[in-house]
Design a protein around this ligand. Structure first.
Ligand code: SAM
Length: 238
């Protein structure tokens, strides 16, 4: 899968994509990351990407023209397997189901806003959708785009060592719907400052471990995210 990001800060992505699962997936050719500098699609001497908002008010707004020009150059043809997404706190909330849906695409172009945001014609006339990573306001869409890329990349075939890991993780209910939170995990030493890891995990009895993990996942989901537990219950009771 190819991930494109359009940004005024292309160097921002040096860090996030040079480590761990995403870096290994790129090195193995499972994904390609293309970071595009929005200023390359400006036409004036100052490479202007922003302007004052009509109607007055604080701050600057990213202009529509360079964003349209860039998107049309990156995707000369559109299609169902290629989507353009505007990162925005006003978008639908990004969750694991959205990550799964996006992981079925061939190419994704993420538009990272800055300042007071992006000329609304980008949301209305260019982007297929707006996505928010949470109900808070970031200074720019770059962090949000990196979050989406990480969450989607690890769902692609061959990216995680074990294909089933993503299904067993938090929210990992697969195509059928929402899952539980992951069960608590422990590692050596079994005793740490007098706090003991659950005995059953050291027992070597796979059936008992499996049962304990399911119960622990249900307990933790009930405590941390009761609304998820309700959704999970109605799915397994169906
Ligand atoms: N004035 C906008 C508002 O109140 O809705 C906020 C603009 S924000 C400071 C600048 C950019 O950061 C946005 O255009 C968007 O690309 C990105 N951004 C901020 N919060 C975000 C979030 N929760 N999810 C995704 N992108 C976000």
């Amino acid at each position: 899968m190819v991930f494109h990001v359009l940004t005024i800060f292309p160097d921002f992505f040096r860090g996030p994509f040079e480590h761990g699962v995403v870096a290994r997936a790129a090195a193995a050719g499972k994904i390609r990351l293309e970071v595009h500098d929005l200023r390359n699609w400006t036409t004036d001497r100052h490479r202007t990407v922003d302007d004052r908002p009509f109607g007055g008010g604080e701050g600057m707004v990213l202009k529509a023209e360079p964003i349209f020009r860039a998107a049309e150059a990156i995707f000369p043809e559109r299609g169902p397997a290629r989507r353009i997404i505007l990162m925005s706190p006003q978008g639908r909330l990004f969750d694991q189901a959205a990550a799964r849906r996006l992981s079925r695409l061939d190419e994704l172009l993420l538009l990272a806003g800055r300042y007071e945001g992006v000329d609304e014609r980008v949301a209305e006339r260019l982007a297929d959708e707006e996505l928010s990573i949470g109900d808070y306001v970031l200074s720019g869409g770059e962090l949000a785009a990196a979050v989406v890329i990480d969450a989607v990349a690890r769902l692609l075939d061959g990216v995680l060592g074990n294909q089933d890991s993503a299904l067993r993780e938090s929210f990992g209910g697969g195509a059928e719907g929402p899952g539980l939170l992951d069960c608590p995990q422990y590692t050596r030493p079994a005793g740490f400052r007098g706090w003991q890891a659950p005995e059953v995990l050291l027992s070597g009895n796979h059936e008992e471990v499996r049962r304990w993990r399911l119960e622990a996942a249900i307990e933790k989901t009930a405590r941390m995210r009761p609304e998820l537990l309700e959704k999970w219950k109605s799915r397994v009771e169906r």
